[in-house]
Design a protein around this ligand. Structure first.
Ligand code: SAM
Length: 232
């Protein structure tokens, strides 16, 4: 991958980063996203945070190769520990991890006062979108946009949220499917939920004769019902 040619998934994440942002990209691996956005002139400053030495070194190498050391600071740090108050971060991207891990990173960051509340969160969980939406709701972040895309036969959701003063309340359906995605119900969304429906139906069949799995069976049944309703 060339540093200007992001994958479709990362390019879409980048589209939600506001112009002139001060960005923290957490779990930055090769720092592809901040480097590409900086080279495009879309952002003014970035922190690329990485918790693992190898990807951290790759990120440093990439930033050096493009001569962006002054504009992009690469830090070896766990989650939002990469952010310092003086960075004045106003957008955070966390992409390519599970929703539970992204949730843990946000929760730990909140506990350590690494979130000012003024930053836009742009999150791309590979799975576990529901748990992430719950965290956003519990912490008064409103989903201002969502998108869904397919790349290399994988389907990805991107959630964009901002803190609000008002109480945020999503229905069970909105938490599971996403309030914006549900409204739009585009082809990729319908494909995703057809797949999810099949998976749950298979699990339910496998559980048919299990005696100690009542709670799981009931959860599968209720999710299947909800998916069928949405698929119409
Ligand atoms: N964000 C890039 C993308 O979307 O293509 C890289 C995704 S890669 C699959 C996930 C990266 O997150 C890995 O480099 C991993 O080391 C890093 N990571 C995992 N947990 C992390 C944490 N708590 N703090 C910082 N980085 C983390």
């Amino acid at each position: 991958m060339n540093h200007l040619e992001l994958s479709k998934r990362l390019a879409k994440v980048g589209e939600f980063v506001p112009e002139n942002a001060r960005l923290a990209d957490i779990g930055s691996d090769h720092a592809y996203l901040p480097v590409a956005l900086m080279l495009k002139g879309k952002i003014q400053f970035a922190v690329a945070g990485e918790v693992v030495k190898g990807p951290y070194e790759s990120a440093r190498k990439q930033v050096r190769k493009d001569g962006l050391e002054k504009q992009i600071t690469v830090r070896l740090a766990n989650g939002l520990d990469a952010i310092e108050a003086e960075d004045q971060i106003d957008a955070i991207t966390i992409a390519g991890m599970g929703g539970s891990l992204i949730r843990e990173i946000l929760e730990a960051g909140k506990q350590k006062n690494r979130l000012s509340g003024n930053e836009r969160l742009i999150l791309q969980p590979n799975i576990g979108e529901r748990t992430l939406r719950s965290w956003l709701q519990e912490n008064n972040y409103q989903l201002i946009a969502e998108t869904i895309l397919e790349e290399n036969k994988k389907i990805y959701e991107i959630l964009v949220a901002e803190k609000t003063q008002e109480k945020v309340t999503y229905s069970e359906k909105e938490l599971m499917f996403g309030p914006h995605l549900l409204n739009e119900s585009n082809e990729v969304f319908l494909n995703k939920w057809q797949r999810e429906l099949k998976q749950r139906q298979t699990i339910l069949q496998q559980l048919a004769h299990a005696t100690n799995q009542q709670a799981r069976k009931e959860r599968m049944e209720s999710e299947i019902k909800m998916i069928e309703e949405v698929l119409g």
